[in-house]
Design a protein. Structure first.
Length: 93
């Protein structure tokens, strides 16, 4: 089971982690510490853009969960068999 850990224990090796933002505890971010930017005032870089955050911007972190075992991901090219629980799309025409 994965648990949240304090940011003072977060990795500084460049790997991506999930973190809780200090100013908005409901916000999660995918971030990594940039080990190349020694002395950078904003060392936490986000995956979704070119912006970064100061060292104290996040309160807690966790690793990404493991990937699902092979063969469990749906094939996007496969026809929908209705197993998703969603109503089928109306026919076009």
């Amino acid at each position: 089971m994965r648990t949240w850990r304090a940011m003072d224990r977060a990795p500084h090796d460049g790997r991506w982690i999930i973190a809780i933002h200090r100013d908005d505890p409901d916000q999660r971010a995918v971030i990594r510490w940039d080990p190349e930017a020694l002395g950078d005032p904003r060392p936490w870089h986000v995956a979704s853009g070119q912006h970064s955050y100061p060292a104290d911007a996040f309160t807690d972190w966790m690793d990404f969960p493991d990937c699902p075992p092979g063969g469990t991901r749906p094939d996007p090219a496969a026809p929908d068999d209705g197993a998703s629980g969603e109503a089928p799309s109306p026919p076009m025409g």
